[in-house]
Design a protein around this ligand. Structure first.
Ligand SMILES: [Zn+2]
Length: 462
C-alpha cells in the first residue's frame, strides 16, 4: 500500500491522552496505520501521495455504536411518524418482513455512505430480521465494498406474539437456528486483530423480543469465541413495565440475571437506569450507546449521560436506525448529545448562576463521546484517536464555508455548535471513502435511485 502524507491541517485534533490539538498538523501513514503525527514541519517531506489540508480541520474518524442500516428503507413512513416505540415497531414489523438480501445490501451502502459523509469511519450495525433469505453476509459484503470498518451485530428475535413477545411470529426464528448461524458468522468473518475491518457481535434484539434462555446461550457462545454482546436496554417506560411483569426485574437486574454484564457488553439507549444501576454498569465495565435523536424522535426519554460519565461508564454515540432518526449523520448526533444534555440540566433544575464551577456538556466532550467513547464501547483500542500505531482513520472539513462563517475563533467547537455539514474527506485505513466531498467507492446518484425503488416496493400494496 502506498504511503500517504497529510500536511498543513489548520488544526489536527488527536484525542490522545493529552488531548493535543496541533496547529499546522499532519500525519504520515504507512500500510493503513499512522506512523508519525505532529506539526507538518516534523513529518517526512514526501510520500507516495501527499494531501495538503490547509484550511481544514482534521479529527479522528467518528465511531457509530448503534444503527439498523436496513431502516434507511423505511424513513418517515407516514403511519410510523408519530408513534412511540412499541406502536412504531408494530407498524414497521410487517414492512420489514418483506426485506430481501438485495435490500440489505443496498440499505447498508446507503447508511454507510451517509455515515462516511458525516465523518464516520467505523460503524456498528444491529441486524435482527432475516426474512426471505436475507443474511448478515449481505451487509458484510456491502460494507467491504465501501471500505469502512464494521462491527456486524448478529441480531435475533425468538419471542413472538404467541409467546408474549412484541413482534409477530412471522419475523422470529428458532433459537437453535439463531445460535447455529451466530457461530457460523463468527467462524467465517470475525477478525480480532488491530486494523480489523469486520468483527462479529452477538445481539439478541431486546428484552421484549427474545427469551432469557437465548440471552444466556448467546452470552455463553460470545464468551467462548471472545466476541462482544449488544442489545437494546431500558429504552422506554413500556419496556421497564414489560420486564417487571414478564421477568420480575427492572431491565438492568434482568441483564444481571442472564449473565449480561461485563466489559464485553454494551447497551443501546439505557435511558431508564437508576443511580444504583449506573454503578452496576461502572463496576462491570458495561458500555452505553447513547442515541439522543432516536430518544427524542420516539419520545422515549433522556439517558443519564452525565451520571454515566461521572461514574466512569463507557459512553459512545449511535445514530440508531434510520426509521427513528431519520438520518445517519454522526456529527449531527454529537451536536444532539450536547444539546440534549444541556436541556436535561435545565429540566432537573441546574442553574449556572448557582454553581459557576459546574459546566454544561462541552463541544469537545461531545466529540470525545463520538470518537474515544465509541471506540471504548466497541472494545477497540486501535481506533478513536490519532496517534502513532493506530489506524489511519480520520475526516477533514474545510473551514472556509458559510456554515462556520464567524465561528472560527474556535473551529473545533464550531463543527459541533454550528449546523452540522458534510465532510470533505473521510479516510479509513489510509484509503479514501470521501474525497473532495464525494464518495469514492460508489456512484451516489445511482445508489439513491436503487434505494428509492427498493423502499417503494417495500410499502406497495400493504
Ligand atoms: Zn436500535
Amino acid at each position: 500500500m502506498p504511503t500517504l502524507l497529510i500536511k498543513n491541517a489548520a488544526v489536527l485534533v488527536t484525542m490522545d491522552d493529552h488531548r493535543r490539538e496541533i496547529p499546522d498538523g499532519g500525519l504520515f501513514i504507512r500500510d493503513g496505520f499512522i506512523e508519525k503525527i505532529g506539526p507538518t514541519s516534523e513529518l517526512p517531506t514526501s510520500a507516495d501521495e501527499v494531501l495538503d489540508l490547509s484550511g481544514h480541520l482534521v479529527l479522528p474518524g467518528l465511531v457509530n455504536t448503534h444503527h439498523h442500516f436496513y431502516q434507511t428503507l423505511t424513513r418517515a413512513v407516514p403511519a410510523a411518524q408519530d408513534a412511540n416505540l412499541f406502536n412504531w415497531l408494530k407498524t414497521l414489523y410487517p414492512i420489514w418482513a418483506r426485506l430481501t438480501p438485495e435490500d440489505i445490501y443496498i440499505s447498508t451502502q446507503t447508511a454507510l455512505a451517509e455515515l462516511a459523509l458525516s465523518g464516520c469511519t467505523t460503524a456498528s450495525d444491529h441486524l435482527y430480521l432475516f426474512p426471505n433469505g436475507a443474511r448478515l453476509d449481505d451487509e458484510i459484503s456491502a460494507a467491504r465494498e465501501i471500505g469502512m470498518r464494521l462491527q456486524a451485530s448478529r441480531g435475533s428475535m425468538s419471542l413472538g406474539e404467541s409467546k408474549g413477545g412484541l413482534p409477530p411470529d412471522s419475523v422470529v426464528d428458532t433459537e437453535a437456528k439463531i445460535l447455529k448461524d451466530s457461530q457460523r458468522l463468527i467462524e467465517n468473518y470475525h477478525d480480532p486483530k488491530p486494523g480489523s475491518f469486520v468483527q462479529i457481535v452477538l445481539a439478541p434484539c431486546s428484552p421484549f423480543s427474545v427469551t432469557g434462555e437465548l440471552m444466556k446461550q448467546s452470552a455463553l457462545l460470545a464468551r467462548e469465541y471472545h466476541v462482544h454482546l449488544h442489545t437494546h436496554l431500558a429504552e422506554t417506560e413500556d419496556e421497564q413495565t414489560f420486564c417487571l411483569q414478564k421477568f420480575g426485574y427492572r431491565p438492568v437486574p434482568y441483564m444481571q440475571s442472564v449473565d449480561w454484564v461485563g466489559e464485553d457488553v454494551w447497551f443501546a439507549h439505557a435511558v431508564y437506569v437508576d443511580n444504583e444501576e449506573v454503578k452496576t454498569f461502572a463496576r462491570h465495565g458495561c458500555g452505553v450507546a447513547h442515541c439522543p435523536t432516536s430518544n427524542m424522535r420516539l419520545a422515549s426519554g433522556i439517558a443519564p449521560v452525565k451520571e454515566y460519565l461521572a461514574a466512569g461508564v463507557k459512553v459512545g454515540l449511535g445514530v440508531d436506525g434510520s426509521a427513528s432518526n431519520d438520518g445517519s449523520h454522526l456529527l449531527a448526533e454529537a451536536r444532539q448529545a450536547m444539546l440534549l444534555s444541556r436541556l436535561r440540566e435545565g429540566i432537573t433544575g441546574f442553574s449556572l448562576s448557582n454553581d459557576p464551577s459546574r459546566k454544561l456538556m462541552t463541544a469537545r466532550v461531545a466529540l470525545e463521546l463520538a470518537t474515544l467513547g465509541g471506540a471504548a464501547v466497541l472494545g477497540r483500542s486501535d481506533i478513536g484517536s490519532l496517534e502513532s500505531g493506530k489506524c489511519a482513520d480520520f475526516f477533514a472539513i474545510a473551514l472556509n464555508r458559510l456554515d462556520y462563517a464567524g465561528a472560527l475563533h474556535d473551529p473545533v467547537s464550531a463543527i459541533v455548535f454550528c449546523q452540522p455539514t458534510r465532510v470533505d474527506y473521510t479516510v479509513v485505513g489510509g484509503r479514501y471513502v470521501v474525497k473532495e466531498g464525494r464518495l469514492v467507492p460508489l456512484d451516489q446518484q445511482k445508489l439513491v435511485e436503487q434505494h428509492n425503488r427498493a423502499a417503494k416496493r417495500l410499502l406497495e400494496h400493504l
